[in-house]
Design a protein around this ligand. Structure first.
Ligand SMILES: *Cc1c(COP(=O)(O)O)cnc(C)c1O
Length: 224
């Protein structure tokens, strides 16, 4: 089933948009199945789970961290993580800097913005992001490569589209102001199983798709 799902999802994603297969809560057998079908980019939202899966799966997988990252867990993923999509405070970015330095790496990070109306979703506002960007020059082991956001969990697709549009606008503003001469600042990570086609229309470069590939997860979305 995973192979067929993957094929179907991939057929709807244009060139230039990367598919991150969100495999959180799923057993390594499921990830291996997606890998065997050609998928190399996976997303996880728990540091220890990602570390454990990384340890047993093929080494050419790109691991993207997409969940709220606790500072005391950064060390588990710093040796291998490809992108951290969910930078939501200066505090966590400073710890990423420290752990990246220990591993002699530069880690690509995205600033997560709060674009949904729900209170529960993590993320920065423009002012907080600009405070972070004012000191990012002092952090040589992190590289800011884009922005990430999650739309409100609603059937109102006009609202979802407006929220994605807002995130793309935030990206454009930051690009002009801070990254005009930095080609690596190019990622707009938005779109999940229920809304990724809209996200792509609104300018997404990375979609994070889980259940449409791996099937429903057996816990409530609110625990993500
Ligand atoms: C779980 C999750 C996804 C994928 O959600 P689906 O609806 O299963 O596609 C995407 N982004 C984040 C941040 C997630 O936590």
């Amino acid at each position: 089933m995973i192979k067929e799902n993957l094929k179907k999802v991939k057929s709807t994603i244009p060139e230039g948009v990367r598919l991150i297969a969100v495999s959180k809560t799923k057993p390594v057998e499921d990830l291996q199945e997606a890998y065997d079908a050609g998928q190399r980019v996976f997303g996880e939202n728990k540091a220890l789970e990602m570390r454990d899966k990384h340890a047993v799966l093929p080494k050419d997988i790109e691991w993207h961290f997409i969940g709220h990252l606790q500072t005391n867990k950064v060390k588990y993923i710093a040796p291998f993580v490809s992108q951290i999509h969910s930078i939501d405070s200066m505090e966590v970015l400073k710890v990423v800097e420290k752990e990246a330095a220990k591993n002699n790496r530069v880690i690509d990070c995205l600033l997560q913005f709060h674009i949904a109306t729900e209170e529960t979703k993590f993320g920065l506002d423009m002012q907080e992001a600009e405070e972070i960007l004012a000191c990012v020059g002092t952090l040589p082991h992190v590289r800011i490569v884009g922005v990430m956001g999650m739309a409100t969990n609603t059937d109102n697709m006009a609202q979802v589209r407006a929220e994605f549009h807002t995130l793309k606008g935030i990206y454009n503003t930051l690009k002009d102001k801070y990254f005009a001469d930095k080609p690596e600042f190019k990622e707009v990570s938005m779109g999940m199983s229920g809304d990724y086609p809209i996200a792509i229309e609104e300018g997404s470069t990375e979609v994070r798709v889980g259940s449409a590939i791996f099937g429903e997860r057996n816990y409530a979305k609110v625990n993500d």
